[in-house]
Design a protein around this ligand. Sequence first.
Ligand code: NI
Length: 249
Amino acid sequence: MFTDTHCHIYEEYYPNIKEVLANASASNVTRFLNNGCDPKSNQEVLNLITKYPHMYGALGIHPESASNYQEEDLTALEKNITHPKVIAIGEIGLDYHYTKENKPAQIALFETQLKLAEKYHLPVIIHSRDATQDTIETLKKYSVTGVIHSFSGSFETAQIYLKMGFSLGINGVITFKNSNLKDVIKNIPLENLLLETDSPYLTPEPFRGTPNEPKHILEIAQFVANLKNISLEELSKITNENIKRIFDI
Ligand code: NI
């Protein structure tokens, strides 16, 4: 049994969510951590976790919304994070890939949500793109841990995050032929890894080019199991223990 620890299961991407979850279950992917990224998707995550017993939620405002959220969106976020199936704050972080111009706004939004994580003792799910240094410096100001989602950095960066108590979320990127990630992950202890799809993005090989779904955890798991020279069963056991330790599910 595997868990998809990072997906975006919203109706705009998946008209038939029930079927997507059933297809995942048929591939032994039986639990889902659905990540919100703006007020609308956060509300949808809340609706879906109420409806589907094996789906859990993370609520957060993504850095891409740093310049267009309202103060009341944060109030709503805080009100809803005590929902029993909301197990993390995410996805939150910094993204300088498309713009650095709103850096101060991104950092302010990130810090506000890190404070919430501290206050409610929730783990965080971190998005960091082209912003490693600022992400590390900002995280260090708060007493939080969690997951560096879609980790694709160097071994040295990985070591910094592990020392800070973070785990690394590994997705389809590791299966890409032009990715160096496998050489990094080979040397990272399994106890620090989580499997995720980031559906509907980042579909693993050999399905690259089609929309991603949680069922593709299986291809990522097989790739990591081969890389680590262990069985799928062993990988399932260790990653589920990691999930229990981080998210308490
Ligand atoms: Ni994501």
